[in-house]
Unconditional design. Sequence first.
Length: 579
Amino acid sequence: MALCALLLPLISTSLSGRASAGSAVPFTEEAGARGVTHWIAPLDPFGGPDPLGAGVAFADLDSDGDPDLIAVGRTDGVVGIYENLAGGFFAHRAATAGIPLIPDGSGVTAADYDGDGDLDLFFTSHFAPNLFLRNDGAFQFTDVTAEAGLGDAGPGMGSAWGDVNGDTWLDLFVANRTNLPIVTDPNRMYINNGDGTFTDAGESLGIDRANDPTLVAAFLDYDRDSDADLYLGNDKGTSPALQNHMFQNQGGGAFLDVTEATGTAANVHCMGIAAGDWTRNGWQDIYVTNIPVGNVLLLNQGDGTFLDFSHGAAVESFGIGWATLFLDYDNDGWEELYVCDSVVPNRFYDYDGSWPATDIGPQVAVADPSASFCAATADIDGDGDLDLAVMSAGQPLRLYVNQEGQARRWIRFAVSGDGHNRFAIGAQLDVRVGEVWQMREIFAGSNYKSQNEMIVHFGMGDALAADEVRVTWPGGASRTLEDLATNETWPILPPDVAGDCDGDGDVDLLDYTVFAACAASGDAAGSCACADGDDDEDVDLIDWSMFQVLLSWHPSLTASPPAFPTTSRAENADSGVDS
């Protein structure tokens, strides 16, 4: 594979923050102070923006290494497109980005549908055509909805991306809240044709659930067989006919309904889905929100089944829950669980290995009392801890900046994908310190109508290094790395990537030694294939420019990369430059 297919941005790990580590208030609300002034419309069941919440997403739209912010839900339909200027301060780019008004905006997700290395944007709308925007770089977007075939006009809710058939092109699932009077729109499973267009195959695959009031969808590899399984959350799911559904990917995009076999029906009025390994047993658990009869925690037993442990964990909440997500806010190695609610203050459940979990929302200052619907997480300021964006009806978007996690160590990973799945959606990471493992999966579309940053974050307590890091890509390719320093963001490349000449998972000065020898000879065969970035069967200045980008990612590189190796070769015909 050519290096030019993997040019991700320079990853910043600079430390910053508006309060000191371990401050008295773990989170401080700083949206306005950081340039984010996005007001959400009030609840309006008779018109205006979707009355069931407005999505928010963190995504690196300009490929500069920090998460930008996207939000819908304004009364005037203006989409919030906020560029992260570094350090978590934002500038609004809506006026020049080429994004039309979305007065019925419902949700937002980001994914690289065309494999060109940047993140494109998909917006669901409530009873209006959905909108799909191609990222052209420099915060410029082009509406490609019609040509892509993604303009469904149903009651659009959440959406999620995953490679369901193993061809490395990302496919898209769109949830439509049907089963209402005169509403018959099915869910959509759009298969990426690889030419900029999609084909709706939901009905033929048996996963459109045409009569279900689906609010949220999640692609997650619950059985760890390296393909994208699908979990659907249905409103009014207390009826057996409308319960949640788990579809196991049988390979090649064929799905089997395993809801009963796995014990994942939940039987709730499902609004949000969180997936994460809360118990640190190496298998992803599922948490779903509900009406006041109680949210549901399903613990993955690692044998294809889930156990309802809601009461034992004391996480029922007993409100009307919406978005929910796992995050390790204090970097202690245990994830917390955040829950948005529209009738009681938001919950923030702390679990450290002993049940029951404890709601610490008030003391960490994230128990938003407003009618909250959507939320997303990212490290906006590059200080190594996770911050929160929360969307509440009739309120400005909240941006809770984390001050607590800086007191402990962390490690983050920028994982490159193989083929057209450039951001490694669906990849799973396992990190070990001593005998303790943590695991994460990379999602595109999560929580409820929203999306978290794709850089993978682990809290590491006081550990100076991760003893072992295992990365498994969709399709099963994997690699294991050892002794990676904490308080760094590490780029991780697939096993067959050019540039990683010593096969250790990154590109560093050891790889330069191999590159230099290959450049001196011009050879691109055998052990020198890793240096041939543009796959033209020689090693020249074009390959060197690509190699420099990968080399610059490495956290240990403190000086400028070395110059192109001096050789005695004749002028290279490919580059036209005498090497």
